[in-house]
Design a protein around this ligand. Structure first.
Ligand SMILES: Cc1cc2nc3c(=O)[nH]c(=O)nc-3n(C[C@H](O)[C@H](O)[C@H](O)COP(=O)(O)OP(=O)(O)OC[C@H]3O[C@@H](n4cnc5c(N)ncnc54)[C@H](O)[C@@H]3O)c2cc1C
Length: 535
């Protein structure tokens, strides 16, 4: 309108998310995935583009719709997605985020894939769900070699094929997971879905309360067999080319993750095949769950990172009270603290991914996955909320993209084991898996002598380990996570980030909100890192 000029509004942030991220570039190189640089640059360019940002917004503004029946009244059990969702899925599959480490045995493959997943999740989180479940299903399937031989080649293609057809007729397949029932999710032993033998196969009857990505081509499902809780692979179509007896009841109306479909499903004698041993369903599906937990860490770190970029970018361009916000002393502290939080999350995520590349690190992976899943996911909502506030009123408006990040932020802490359940898992490892504890402690001792604040924190954490008790488990896991992050930052991070982390998070010279870093930290250097680096 002619009444005013548009002033003091920042330009849209459009950067190559990989090229702009010094911490990610360094971590990927250090942890053995330098070879993936060209692909990371390519995805970083696309994921940070306005085109991809538009897909992300559209896929969430136009959530999936369930079509239970066709026009003639026949069961259809299909989910219809906006074209923007299909674009996001096509790109993720084309980059092998659902399969890269299973395509060939290459050093650093999980690190490369983690970095790709991170960039993709910075753009949009909902479609990461089927991508993550497909990637994670493979190690569980390998417990049943003939099933792995049949399904792995279907998964390990770079072709996204959303058609509803038997998997053998498609150019690529996706795999989901259905464990959770009405009466209990964390406590899967309370599952009541029944499995009965049908020749070489099985028939499953029951109800699943959460089954995300129900358009997938097959699902890993837990059900009670005569020999106990067991894991099954349930395809959407039976071997005779019929639709399986897998009926979608409704889609959940969720806080966030709105682009992704999460359904309630009735299994009415659905055809399925056993994965692993009868009665050993939990260990079988845990193979999958450990990988999806890694992806929770990646997703939470990505949400934090993207929110932090958006906050720093806004403040670099917006002025108030005569100065750019990034020059205002209080805002400098907030942005610097956000940067410390997101770099600590990022380093931990990449280190954890490397443990998935190395069979010899399976003990470290066992405990570090749980510790990282608890902590990084818990930090995301606070970090995103603070970043949102940096944009003032604009941050509360959908178009800024921050509300979507804010709604995503709590989810990674809930699914794949909620906070308390993850802490109990850490206690279980402490009690029953001495090699896991030893591996973690060995890692924490690597930086011994480099920073007295870190040394003191590690000593205090070891003392906590010696008297671990259930009601105090959050304290313990928090201390372990901070010790891990501190070790990584002191060994590999830039000195200004390591110093600010040790002073605030380890030595306790810090307040109860972000933006309370103590005097003496190197704010100019931290603020330089807080903004996307322009190559
Ligand atoms: C968007 C979305 C998508 C999902 N998709 C899937 C899917 O595709 N497949 C699937 O199988 N599931 C899925 N889930 C389910 C999810 O994994 C479960 O909701 C989650 O594991 C928690 O289980 P629950 O909801 O039954 O909560 P509960 O198990 O009832 O737990 C409730 C709370 O109690 C805590 N708690 C539980 N036990 C203890 C204890 N012993 N001590 C202290 N605290 C405890 C938990 O940490 C949690 O905070 C999805 C969930 C969401 C939100």
């Amino acid at each position: 309108m002619a009444t005013h000029e548009v002033l003091n509004q920042p330009p849209p942030l459009e950067v190559n998310l990989f090229a702009a991220d010094r911490a990610l570039r360094d971590a990927v190189e250090r942890e053995g995935a330098r070879w993936a640089r060209a692909q990371l640059l390519e995805l970083g360019q696309l994921a940070g583009s306005r085109a991809a940002q538009a897909w992300a917004a559209q896929a969430n503004e136009n959530p999936p719709r369930l079509r239970t029946h066709d026009r003639y009244g026949n069961r259809a059990d299909e989910v219809e997605f906006h074209p923007a969702w299909h674009e996001l899925m096509r790109v993720a599959v084309a980059h092998g985020i659902h399969s890269l480490p299973w395509e060939e045995d290459r050093e650093g493959a999980h690190v490369a894939r983690a970095a790709l997943m991170f960039l993709d999740a910075e753009c949009e989180q909902g479609h990461g769900c089927p991508i993550s479940m497909t990637y994670s299903a493979v190690p569980a399937l390998r417990r049943q070699p003939e099933l792995a031989r049949e399904w792995e080649p279907r998964v390990a293609t770079r072709s996204y094929d959303p058609r509803s057809l038997p998997a053998a007729q498609k150019s690529g397949a996706l795999i989901g997971m259905a464990m959770t029932e009405k009466q209990g999710g964390s406590d899967v032993r309370a599952n009541t879905t029944r499995a009965v033998r049908d020749g070489e196969a099985w028939r499953l009857t029951g109800h699943k309360w959460f089954c995300s990505a129900p358009m997938s081509d097959a699902f890993l499902v837990l059900a009670q067999a005569p020999g106990g809780l067991s894991c099954f692979l349930l395809p959407r179509w039976t071997p005779d080319g019929e639709r399986n007896r897998f009926f979608l009841q409704r889609l959940k109306d969720k806080l966030g993750n709105r682009s992704n479909a999460s359904s309630e499903v009735e299994l009415d004698g659905a055809w399925a095949q056993l994965v692993g041993e009868e009665g050993r369903g939990v260990p079988a599906i845990l193979e999958m769950v450990n990988h999806t937990r890694l992806d929770c860490v990646i997703g939470a770190a990505a949400v934090l990172r993207q929110a932090q970029w958006q906050a720093a970018h806004h403040c670099a361009h917006r002025s108030a009270f005569g100065k750019r916000l990034i020059e205002q002393p209080l805002m400098r502290n907030v942005l610097a603290d956000l940067c410390v939080e997101s770099e600590a999350a990022l380093l931990l995520m990449v280190r954890l991914a490397r443990a998935y590349d190395r069979p010899e690190e399976s003990a470290f992976r066992r405990i570090a996955t749980a510790v990282s899943k608890y902590w990084v996911c818990k930090r995301a909502p606070a970090g995103v909320g603070e970043a949102l506030e940096c944009l003032g009123g604009n941050g509360y408006v959908e178009e800024s993209g921050l509300p979507r990040l804010y709604r995503e932020a709590p989810l990674n802490s809930i699914w794949e084991g909620s906070g308390n359940v993850i802490c109990l898992d850490v206690l279980r490892a402490l009690a029953k898996e001495p090699p896991a504890v030893e591996a973690l402690l060995a890692e924490l001792r690597e930086a011994r002598g480099a920073d007295r604040r870190l040394d003191a924190h590690v000593d205090a954490t070891e003392a906590l380990l010696a008297r671990a008790e259930e009601g105090q488990a959050r304290r313990l896991v928090e201390a372990l996570a901070l010790a891990l992050q501190g070790t990584l930052l002191v060994l590999h991070g830039p000195p200004e980030v390591a110093d600010a982390f040790c002073a605030s998070r380890l030595a306790g010279d810090w307040g109860r909100t972000l933006g309370t870093l103590p005097r003496g930290v190197d704010l100019p250097a931290l603020l330089d890192r807080a903004q996307p680096a322009v190559a």
